[in-house]
Design a binder for this molecule. Structure first.
Ligand SMILES: Cc1ncc(COP(=O)(O)O)c(C=O)c1O
Length: 417
C-alpha cells in the first residue's frame, strides 16, 4: 500500500468532512480586525468564537506595543533557540514578571503552549514515575503522555473517588519502581467550562505524595482576584507545583509559559526538547506580552467587563430555559438535543439569518444526540450583543423543538478543499 493512497482513503475522524463543510464549518474565514463584530463571507457577524477574553487583541496599547517592537526588531529576532542564541533581556523580564504574577519563584517561556506542555511532561517524568490525569485532559496533555514511558492512570473527569482509587494504584506502583507521582489536571476545561477540582485533588497530596501540574490555558487572565488563574480562584496557588498558561487566549497573542520553583524551571530549561531544539519566541511577541501582562495587572476593569458579559449571558440563557451544563468560567456551552444534521442547520441558520457566529461541537466530543453551541463571551462584547443573542437562541430553540431543522446535514454551502 502506498502511503499517499492510504492517507487519502482514510482521511481521519475530521478529514472525512473535508469536502462537506470546508470554508463553512471547517476553516471558515473571519475577516476584519479581531472584535465582537467581524465579517464572514461578506456578511456582518456577531462573533462568539474567539478566546479574546479580555479584549486585548485589538487594545490600542497592545497594537502599538506589537507594532513598535516589530518595527524595531523585526519578526525574526532573536534568531535561534534560547539556549544557543535566542536569549534576550526582554525574555528574562517577561519570565520574571510572569513568575511574580503567579506567586512562583521562576517562569520559563514556551514558543507554543501545545509543544511546551508536551515537553514539560516529558521533562518531569521518566519510566519509573506514574502519571495520574483527568479523562478530559486537553490534547497537549494526552500527546505528552503518548511520548513518555511512565505508567499512566486516568480518572473520570473530576471524580474524586476514582481519583483516589487511581492514586492508591499509582502509589503502590511508584513504591515498587522507586519513582514519583505526577498529577495533571486543567484549571478551566475549555469545552464544558467547568474547573478542575484543585482543592479536592490537593486534599490528597500529603497522603499520597504527588506533584501537581495544571494546564490553566483558559483560566490565566480570566479567573481569580487578579486574573492569576484557577489556582488563585480556588485559593491554592502555593500548593500547585507547576503552573502552565498560554498567551493564546486572554493574552490574545501566541506563546506560553510554565512557572514553578526556581530549581524546577532551571531543570525544565535544560530539558524541554521543544524549546531546546526550536526557535525562541519572537521579540514583538515578548515585548507585546509585557504590555498585555501590564494591562492585566493594571486594568482590572477588563476582567470586570468580561465577567459582566459572562454573567449577563449565562444568567439570560439559563432563565430562558437553556442548559449550560456545569460551567464555572467564561466558557459558555449551550447544550441542545439533536444530531449532526440538525447541528449544521442550526449553525447555518444562526449565521445566515441572525448574523451570529459560534462554534458547534457534536459527537464524539459530546454524547450522541447532544449538540453543544459554544459561546466565548469577552470584554469586547456589549450587553446589547448579549440581549440579541439570547433572543436569537430562543427562536432557534423553538424551531428545533418544532422539528424545523430535521432535514439532515445542510448541503455543502462551501468550497472544496
Ligand atoms: C487547555 C489547553 N491547553 C493548551 C492549549 C495549547 O495552547 P497554545 O495555543 O498556546 O499552543 C490550549 C489551546 O489552544 C488549551 O485549550
Amino acid at each position: 500500500m502506498d502511503i499517499f493512497d492510504k492517507v487519502v482513503n482514510n482521511m481521519g475522524a475530521l478529514g472525512q468532512f473535508a469536502d462537506v463543510g470546508y470554508g463553512y464549518y471547517f476553516f471558515p474565514k473571519l475577516e476584519g480586525e479581531i472584535s465582537n463584530h467581524m465579517k464572514f463571507r461578506g456578511q456582518d457577524m456577531l462573533v462568539w468564537s474567539l478566546n479574546n477574553y479580555l479584549g486585548l487583541a485589538n487594545h490600542p496599547e497592545v497594537r502599538q506595543a506589537d507594532a513598535e517592537a516589530a518595527a524595531k526588531y523585526g519578526m525574526g529576532s532573536p534568531m535561534g533557540a534560547r539556549m544557543m542564541s535566542g536569549q534576550t533581556v526582554h525574555h528574562e523580564q517577561l519570565e520574571q514578571e510572569l513568575a511574580s504574577f503567579e506567586h512562583k519563584e521562576a517562569a520559563y517561556l514556551l514558543n507554543f503552549g501545545y509543544m511546551g506542555m508536551i515537553s514539560i511532561i516529558d521533562s518531569l517524568v521518566d519510566r519509573h514515575d506514574v502519571v495520574v490525569y483527568d479523562s478530559e485532559a486537553h490534547a497537549c496533555i494526552l500527546d505528552g503522555l503518548r511520548m513518555i514511558l511512565s505508567k499512566r492512570f486516568v480518572y473520570p473527569h473530576n471524580d474524586m473517588e476514582k481519583f483516589e482509587t487511581q492514586l492508591k494504584r499509582a502509589r503502590k506502583l511508584a513504591d515498587q519502581t522507586g519513582g514519583g507521582i505526577l498529577v495533571i489536571t486543567e484549571g478551566v476545561y475549555g469545552m464544558a467550562g467547568d474547573c478542575g477540582n484543585l482543592r479536592g485533588i490537593l486534599q490528597l497530596k500529603e497522603k499520597y505524595g504527588f506533584r501537581l501540574l495544571i494546564d490553566d490555558a483558559h483560566g490565566f487572565g480570566t479567573m481569580g482576584e487578579t486574573g492569576a488563574g484557577t489556582s488563585q480562584d480556588q485559593d491554592v496557588m502555593d500548593q500547585v507545583d507547576v503552573y502552565f498558561g498560554t498567551f493564546a487566549k486572554a493574552m490574545a497573542g501566541i506563546g506560553a509559559f510554565v512557572a514553578s520553583e526556581k530549581r524546577i524551571v532551571k531543570s525544565l530549561a535544560f530539558n524541554m526538547r521543544s524549546q531546546i531544539y526550536a526557535k525562541s519566541l519572537p521579540m514583538p511577541m515578548v515585548i507585546g506580552s509585557l504590555k498585555r501582562l501590564e494591562l492585566i495587572r493594571n486594568k482590572p476593569e477588563l476582567k470586570d467587563k468580561l465577567w459582566t458579559i459572562v454573567s449577563a449571558l449565562q444568567a439570560g440563557l439559563k432563565s430562558n430555559g437553556f442548559d449550560l451544563g456545569k460551567t464555572q468560567s467564561p466558557v459558555t456551552p449551550v447544550y441542545l438535543k439533536g444530531g449532526v444534521g440538525e447541528g449544521t442547520q442550526i449553525v447555518a441558520d444562526l449565521r445566515k439569518n441572525y448574523g451570529i457566529f459560534c462554534s458547534l461541537v457534536s459527537y464524539p466530543v459530546v454524547p450522541k444526540g447532544v449538540l453543544m453551541l459554544r459561546l466565548i463571551p469577552t470584554a469586547a462584547h456589549t450587553l446589547a450583543d448579549v440581549e440579541y443573542t439570547i433572543k436569537a437562541f430562543s427562536e432557534v430553540k423553538e424551531k428545533l423543538d418544532a422539528g424545523k431543522y430535521s432535514s439532515g446535514i445542510v448541503p455543502p454551502v462551501a468550497d472544496k478543499y
